[in-house]
Structure formats: C-alpha cells, structure tokens
Design a protein around this ligand. Structure first.
Ligand code: PLP
Length: 439
C-alpha cells in the first residue's frame, strides 16, 4: 500500500530515477527503452541538454506570472514559433497545460464563436467512435471509447458519434480507397442532416487515431471530403493532434499530409516533449477576429495557462526539432520501423494489422486472423504484453480493445525522434519476445 494513488490501486509501478536519451532507469538500476515516448510524449527522448539549459535560464528569470496580469517573453516567443509553422489559416495560439485542457478550450471556443456571430442554436458536437480526446468531462464526452465513458455517461454532454475512417475494420471487401473515403466521410454528412446542420457547431477528429485504436491513419481523400462537408454546412473542423501532431508522423502537423487545415487544432504531448506539461489550441484568424470584435475575450482560462516554464520548454523542444533536422529522422527511422515490424510480425497468426506513419505505429492483435476476431477482454492481453515488455526492458503502449468488440487489443509504438537504427532493431527484437511470451 502506498499513500500516493497510482493509476492501478493494486500495483505500484517501478520508481523511475533517471533518464537519458531513449532510456529510463529505475531505482533497481534496470534500463527500459522508451519505445512509446511514455504515451507519445518524449519526442526528444530524455535529458536533452538544450532543453535543460533553456529551463534553467527560465527558472532563474521568472518561473510564474499569472496571465491575468502579465504575458512573458517565453509565451510570446512560443506563440510566434507555433504560428510560423502552422497550417494555413491558423493564426493564433491559446496555451494550456495538456491535451484534455486543449480539447476543452477548443470546444468552448467553437461554442463562443457561434454565440458571437449570432448562431447560438449551434450546440451539437459530432465526433467518432474508437477515438480518444482526453479524460475531463467535455473531452471524454467527445471521445468514442465506450469503456472510458461508460460509468460517467450521466455526466457527459451529448455528443454524436459516427464511425471512424479505419480501413482494417470498416473498409469493405473489394471497396476502393476512394469509395471507402467517400462512404466514411459521407457518414458525417448523414449525421449533420439528421441533427439539422444549423444546430451543429463542430466535428472533432484525430487526424491519425492514437490511443483507442492504435495509430490508424485516414485513407487518402477522407479529410479533404470532411473539410468540404464542414464548409458546406458551416460546421467547424477541430483536429485533435494532441498525440499525432508536432512531428510524430513525419511532418510537423499530421494534417499537412492530408492537404487540409482545420479551424481549430489541439496539440500537446510532443509540444513540450514531457519536459513540462503544456498543450495549446491553434485558432483560425476567422474565429479569433469574431471573438475579438465581439466580447473581446474568450470566456475561459486556467491558473497555469501560458506558464513561462512550460512555454520555455515548448520553445526549446521545437527549436531542437528544427535545428537538429529531426523530422527527417522521423521519416527515415519510421520507414525502417515499418519494414522491421512487417518482417517480424507480418505473418504472425495473432497480428491482424500493422499501420501508422512516421514514428507512430500500431499493431492490432486478434484472436483469429481470418475473421479479425479480437481477443476476449477478460484475457487482458494488453496488460500481459505490457508486463512482458517491461520485464525485457521495453516500454510500449498496449491498449485493450473497445467493449463493443469493434476493435481489438493493440500495441502502440512512438519512440523518440532521436532513435537510431540499433534502437529500432532492439525495440522489434524485445517486442517480438514479449509477444511470444504473452500470446
Ligand atoms: N487527445 C488525444 C488525441 C490524446 O491522445 C490525448 C491523450 O492521450 C488527449 C487528447 C488528452 O491529453 P492529456 O492526457 O494530456 O490530457
């Protein structure tokens, strides 16, 4: 028993004492390769000297100033940096402390925008099944993971869910990618028409689905069609890139590969790389101008928003990615990771699908390959894999299948952008051993 309430109240995790590069060391001196970046957070790995230096400098100057009274150079510079690299149309940055807060802020900003422009009847949110947008009540309501939502449902705002774009599970036999993209995006239009499009404020989606389904990229043309449908009905498109954004998929923003821009975009995890808790909403000029010309303030705010230490970390992480050319390493090492995963697991009788982009890969596990039948939840495949991987000095991010049986257990890989070829080889070898022991 421990006074600290851990995620599991039944077990105490090992004590992490020091971390450098791609490894974390525990109090017993065991080393773990961080092949999941925690939960797709530690994009620079651990102990990056330039980030540590930036943090020390910031701490010496000013650690905290409430944003109701002051702004800081660190926050202003991070804002400039993020907009310099932002998709077209995103012109302003709202800083928060993490992913869920970013999603909450984006939802409230969408609502306030419509109130400001005289469309207060727009209140519905449409999102997707097999998605995750965070654990606070608004973000949990948007998410489509029934296991996470079930007991809290009475507390959640009504959200309308459509099927995700998830080729392995939903693309039909013989259906072309174009045909599937049209059908999957068409589900949004159907939902808007059912609700009355003039009552819908936003559609929320992860550009590449992260935690709930395991690094599922969209098929080509899906998001172009989604963008078109949102525009046709005046619905805001909120892309949640908390997990897949900030370089994880090989471009700074995952939506660059879809050739679209959202109206609001949430980012977090890789923004601060775990050196500080930070998230942000990137906001379109149109939304910003409407609120500015209306009440003139966004009716929201948190004590720690725009925290100077977090902003300094975010800025240093983003500068390091840029200066060290790490997006190229994400693309190169990502291609190697995919090749090694396919070579090792492509014919494995419990591996149904291997998919992803950049250094963001998911392996979906099934009881039966031919029928794609997931393992029964009682088997707790995800927990066993995690235990077996940790025993072999490997951190991966396994998740259980959804309770509706719509998708199976999966293992998510999201190693730091600094991984080497040798690290990739080790990750695949250790994961192979862990899966053999677990399944
Ligand atoms: N959105 C997505 C896509 C996520 O993957 C997550 C976390 O995994 C969140 C939001 C919530 O972020 P946080 O855990 O920082 O609140």
């Amino acid at each position: 028993m421990t006074r600290l309430m851990h995620r599991s109240l039944l077990t105490k995790p090992p004590v992490a004492v020091v971390a450098r590069g791609v490894e974390i060391f525990d109090a017993d001196g065991r080393a773990y390769i961080d092949a999941s970046g925690g939960a797709a957070v530690s994009c620079l790995g651990h102990g990056h000297p330039a980030v540590l230096e930036a943090l020390h400098k910031q701490l010496d100057r000013i650690a905290y100033a409430h944003t109701g009274f002051f702004t800081t150079e660190a926050a202003e510079r991070l804002g400039e940096r993020l907009i310099h690299d932002a998709p077209d149309g995103l012109e302003h940055v709202y800083l928060v402390s993490g992913g869920s807060e970013a999603v909450e802020a984006a939802l409230k900003m969408a609502r306030q925008y419509f109130v400001e422009i005289g469309q207060p009847q727009r209140r519905h949110v449409v999102a997707r099944r097999q998605s995750y947008h965070g654990n606070t009540l608004g973000a949990l309501a948007a998410g489509g993971n029934e296991w996470r939502r079930e007991q809290f449902r009475p507390l959640l705002i009504e959200t309308h869910h459509i099927d995700p774009c998830y080729a392995y599970r939903f693309q039909q036999e013989g259906e072309s990618d174009e045909g599937y993209a049209a059908r999957a995006a068409g589900a949004l239009e159907e939902k808007l028409l059912e609700l009355g499009p003039e009552t819908v404020m936003a559609f929320v989606a992860e550009t590449v689905v992260g935690a709930t389904a395991g690094a599922v990229p969209p098929v080509a043309d899906y998001f172009r069609r989604i963008r078109e449908i949102c525009d046709r009905y005046g619905v805001l498109l909120i892309l949640d890139e908390v997990m897949c954004g900030m370089g994880r998929t090989g471009t700074l923003h995952a939506c660059e590969q879809e050739n679209i821009s959202p109206d609001l975009m949430t980012i977090a995890k890789g923004l601060g790389g775990g050196f500080q808790p930070i998230g942000a909403v990137l906001v379109s000029g149109v939304i910003y101008d409407a609120i500015r010309q209306g009440t003139g303030f966004f009716q929201h705010g948190h004590t720690y928003m725009g925290h100077p230490m977090a902003a300094a970390a975010g800025l240093a992480v983003q500068e390091a990615i840029h200066q060290e050319g790490l997006l190229e390493n994400v693309r190169n090492m990502g291609a190697l990771l995919e090749q090694r995963l396919r070579a090792r697991f492509g014919n494995h009788h419990h591996v149904g699908d291997i998919r992803g982009r950049g250094l963001f890969y998911g392996i979906e596990l099934v009881a039966e390959r031919a029928t794609k039948k997931p393992f029964v939840r009682e088997k707790k495949v995800n927990s066993v894999i995690k235990r077996e991987a940790m025993a072999r000095g490997l951190m991966v991010y396994p998740m259980g299948g959804t309770i509706d049986g719509a998708n199976g257990d999966h293992v998510l890989l999201a190693p730091p952008f600094i991984v080497s070829e040798g690290d990739i080889e080790q990750i695949v070898v250790r994961l192979g051993d862990a899966l053999e022991a677990a399944l």
